[in-house]
Design a protein around this ligand. Sequence first.
Ligand SMILES: Cc1cc2nc3c(=O)[nH]c(=O)nc-3n(C[C@H](O)[C@H](O)[C@H](O)COP(=O)(O)OP(=O)(O)OC[C@H]3O[C@@H](n4cnc5c(N)ncnc54)[C@H](O)[C@@H]3O)c2cc1C
Length: 493
Amino acid sequence: MRPSSPIELTGTASHLGDAPAPLSDDLLDALRDAGDVVTDEEGTAEASRDWWPLALHWSLHGAVPRRAAAVVRPTTTDGVAHVLRSCNRAGVAVTPAGGRSGVVGGSVPLAGGVLLDLTALAGVESVDATSGVVEVRPGTFGPDLERELRHDYGLTVGHYPQSFDLATVGGWVAARGAGQYSTRYGKIEQIVGGLEVVLADGGVITTGGAPAAATGPDLTQLFVGSEGTLGVITDVWLRAWPMPSAERRGAWTFRDFEAGLEACRLILRRGATPAVLRLYDAVESARGHVGDGSTCTLLVLDEGDSVVVDAAMRVVEEVCAASSAVDVGAAPVDAWMEHRNDTSALQALTRRGFVVDTLEIAAPWSALPEIFRATTAAMMAVPHARSASCHLSHSYVDGACIYFTFAADPPSEQIDATYRALWDAGQRAVLANGGNLSHHHGVGIVRGRFMAEALGAGLDVFASVKQALDPGGILNPGKMGLPTGKDTARWPQ
Ligand SMILES: Cc1cc2nc3c(=O)[nH]c(=O)nc-3n(C[C@H](O)[C@H](O)[C@H](O)COP(=O)(O)OP(=O)(O)OC[C@H]3O[C@@H](n4cnc5c(N)ncnc54)[C@H](O)[C@@H]3O)c2cc1C
């Protein structure tokens, strides 16, 4: 499979910087030793964008954020090591990319240079069916992985992001993603058991490999969520489960979002972890045609061993009954399952000039009600805002991820400013009320300017690690709020 185009691209300009400086003939020859190389304007422009919603507007006006000088598509770990060694020597930036489905500009080559397309490193390498451990190459897309695991081994990894068809295993790990069934199977950092990583100087390391360890800090987790800034992931070991033998669904409506949040908290505190536990505020419930427009909808689905599933659903039923929630049957879950990965509204609204995006964060249960109120209010106070809504999408024993969707319809010359103002208002309201910067979309370009606020002195530690592993600063410069010595385009400018 190959990356999907997020929307039509009508030109090859660089919106945030100059056209890229061409690479030397020596470097291009070295890259050709590693894999296919593309240098034409159309090919490099197409590969230089992801699903960052603001950049979709730029695509419609003939520009990508910044164009790479070359795209290289190696097929082996040695090929990746050769690319990094050569670029490190030449001081040329390398931006790793998988499915390019990121929504924060993570795989956009802000310094031009080389776009490292990892989708040719694909396929399941080995399966330990007894232990449930799968070795898979990073460029493998979700459907290919699950098809082979289910069909040949009766296993599932259980990671189903909404972008399942668009994203790769390497992108899941590098962006620290979450699937829609994460409350049962865990977020990707719980699913990943080990990695092979190529460092900036071309050295190769292997991390993890056991169910647990006491061998110092967890080096696997150093690279999980590093968004291509610390190394390139070339092999991944994932934990897999037997295919579920049972599945149950149910839905309830609550008088308000806070009552639904409290029910979710109680379900988790009692130890039940239903795969899907999604609570929609009144705006999103009405959009989903559930309830009378004033209530909030909880969708629940669990799968696995029937004894465990029945026990989890019994906890859900008891908590919902005690909360005076109304049982509305499984039909709303069936409808959600049918349409859950449909993303056509994003392109349609973008073409009509709307600013649309999502902001997902995690926070302790005690902070969630105020974050919900403060963040939706802050975004709605931004000029031209038309809606700000929310749902809970992933739950933990100590808190949850809530996911805001916002839309505005500014005059066309104010699209960039309105987009920025909505992020400033929403993200700052989250941070001020005890939420974190991101639960699963990552940092990329969009959230770089909030990293110092969110991490404090921790950002200096991250920058020291970056300096130690990549002293030439070639890996994905300009991202995650890290300092960069490269000629890197900036957003906001
Ligand atoms: C419609 C839609 C729905 C989405 N739903 C979800 C969701 O439910 N859950 C979720 O978690 N995310 C979701 N996302 C965001 C996105 O799909 C995820 O972040 C995904 O994990 C990115 O994978 P990718 O292969 O497309 O990576 P890319 O977008 O290509 O890259 C993402 C980041 O990882 C780095 N990277 C990629 N591959 C490697 C590698 N092998 N080594 C080192 N660095 C690498 C890139 O440099 C970049 O910083 C959604 C996106 C869209 C467009």
